[in-house]
Unconditional design. Structure first.
Length: 341
């Protein structure tokens, strides 16, 4: 097994070197730029004062073609996705334009104007939903109720047994599924458009040399889906890794609605709450799985914010059936940070 793994690594490095040589970057200095929650990783290449980024996404675990397709769509519509300089899709290598290191996270941590950055990100979503043509939307996978229902059950699969020390009873699970089946269809009371899926501060870049929405660099969009227009705004504002102030959340929601007056506020807020509740319930289960299955306990530091956001979402009347389930089976006293030792 060790010999095979070594051979695979050596063969992949040979193919990477051949790809870079063919692209004119064979003599570049290579330094690790970032890892990824998946099998992908990124290297920064430096050659004669120029830089580029190498995405290494080994098949069959990864497929670079969705990234290529969505990236080219975004570029063609005037958004700052990285230009694809060269590709070997079969081997899972992409050579990308280097948009730099100034993520929203780093900019905010350095004291940048949060109101201005979140307004830029919200304006980017407004423009995205306005510009993507129907023909492009038809090619996207749909974020269906069945998928949403599978994802929320991660809470019962992983958090429940970790917290209570036993599997979730069948009747508890049945009531949970029924509650979500009742509320999920109302997500679609607002229009649907492209959702980049991981639209949050770690995947947005501040491009100071560009103007307007082009100043917002976009990363990690290969999982794009067709979903209600509230989807990415929830990802941006209900970010469990960053405490976005409630008044800033409300201001960005108002900003989006002001640009889309045909969307009724009540419908928008219902869809927003349902998507937020679904997303944060999934995250609670995912963080428990990362701890119990993968030994990654550091995600538990975000759990107080996860539970705070869940409570916020459950307060909306559109989530009443799910709120009733939580009140009966997982009240605030049972919403815990799991021990990591």
């Amino acid at each position: 097994m060790i010999a095979t793994t070594t051979l695979d690594v050596a063969e992949r490095q040979r193919r990477r070197d051949a790809f870079l040589a063919a692209a004119g970057w064979g003599a570049a200095e290579i330094r690790l730029l970032a890892g990824d929650a998946s099998f992908r990783h990124y290297d920064r290449l430096t050659l004669a004062g120029r830089t580029a980024v190498l995405m290494d996404a080994p098949p069959p675990m990864e497929d670079v073609r969705p990234f290529m397709r969505i990236g080219r769509l975004l570029k063609g519509l005037g958004f700052s996705a990285p230009q694809i300089l060269a590709d070997d899709a079969e081997a899972g290598f992409l050579l990308l334009e280097d948009l730099g290191d100034r993520t929203y996270t780093r900019a905010l941590d350095a004291g940048a104007d949060a109101q201005a950055l979140y307004a830029l990100a919200t304006d980017t979503l407004i423009a995205l939903h306005d510009r993507v043509p129907p023909s492009a939307l038809e090619s996207l996978p749909v974020f269906e109720d069945a998928r949403a229902l599978r994802e929320v059950q991660l809470l019962l699969d992983w958090y429940w047994p970790a917290h209570f020390g036993r599997p979730a009873p069948d009747d508890v699970r049945a009531a949970f599924v029924t509650a979500w089946e009742e509320v999920l269809p109302r997500r679609r009371c607002v229009p649907e458009s492209i959702a980049l899926f991981d639209f949050h501060v770690d995947n947005l870049l501040v491009l100071q040399d560009r103007k307007g929405i082009e100043a917002c660099g976009l990363l990690d969009f290969q999982d794009a889906v067709l979903a209600p227009v509230t989807f990415d705004l929830v990802s941006l504002l209900e970010d469990v890794r960053r405490d976005v102030p409630w008044d800033l959340m409300r201001a960005m929601i108002d900003r989006y609605l002001a640009a889309n007056p045909a969307i009724a506020r009540d419908d928008f807020m219902a869809a927003y709450a349902i998507i937020g509740g679904q997303r944060n319930t999934r995250i609670a289960g995912t963080f428990a799985r990362l701890l119990k299955r993968d030994g990654k306990g550091w995600y538990q530091r975000f759990m107080p914010r996860v539970w705070e956001l869940i409570a916020h979402d459950l307060a909306h009347p559109a989530l009443a059936p799910v709120a009733s389930w939580y009140a009966r089976h997982l009240p605030p006293a049972e919403r815990a940070v799991l021990p990591t030792d």
